[in-house]
Ligand binder design. Structure first.
Ligand SMILES: CC(C)(COP(=O)(O)OP(=O)(O)OC[C@H]1O[C@@H](n2cnc3c(N)ncnc32)[C@H](O)[C@@H]1OP(=O)(O)O)[C@@H](O)C(=O)NCCC(=O)NCCS
Length: 151
């Protein structure tokens, strides 16, 4: 039987689950306070498979530009196409809201995320030196952009 994938907007009650997933998926996860602020300012989406929270993503919008601020899939659910499904949904939403382009930053060392973005259609357009903290220093951010097409 095919698994049932659902997407809905994040609610304050989701934040404990979101932060728990982030802490396992990221070396530098967003804090609870960051998510409380994100719920006020950005569009935050939850993804479920058969009712289980498997991932989430956050997009911001300024005029007709979107910015992908975060995307995460639970470690045990990675490598099944869920990241791409969630990214497609977030870009669809941005397009519906009138955005014509989306930007993001990704750690230079984060090959799985970089490949996901490339697979969707993002191109690398720049590099911010020493943008992200690491456990023992800093690393570059790669800046990527993608044109969004309305259906
Ligand atoms: C980046 C991230 C969101 C990708 O999520 P994901 O669900 O693993 O992504 P996908 O499953 O769509 O793609 C991952 C890989 O699985 C492969 N894949 C997809 N569906 C598959 C399937 N049915 N069977 C086997 N492999 C599959 C993809 O081809 C891809 O392979 P590649 O990395 O060698 O190119 C996830 O790794 C993550 O949450 N990482 C930690 C948080 C993070 O770094 N976020 C990005 C911040 S910028």
């Amino acid at each position: 039987m095919k698994n049932k994938i659902e997407l809905r907007l994040m609610q304050p009650d989701d934040l404990a689950d979101v932060v728990a997933l982030e802490q396992k998926a990221f070396t530098h996860p967003w804090s609870l306070q960051l998510y409380i602020d994100a719920l006020q300012s950005y569009e935050c989406w939850m993804m479920f498979v058969d009712g289980q929270h498997v991932g989430h993503g956050v997009i911001s919008q300024v005029l007709d530009e979107a910015h992908l601020l975060n995307i995460a899939i639970a470690i045990e659910h990675q490598g099944q196409g869920l990241g791409l499904h969630l990214l497609e949904h977030l870009m669809q939403r941005a397009s519906e809201r009138g955005c014509v382009e989306c930007f993001l930053e990704v750690r230079a060392s984060n090959s799985p995320a970089y490949r996901l973005y490339e697979r969707y259609g993002f191109n690398e357009i720049g590099r911010r030196r020493n943008y992200y903290p690491t456990i023992d220093g800093h690393e570059d951010a790669l800046v990527m952009a993608c044109t969004l097409f309305a259906d």
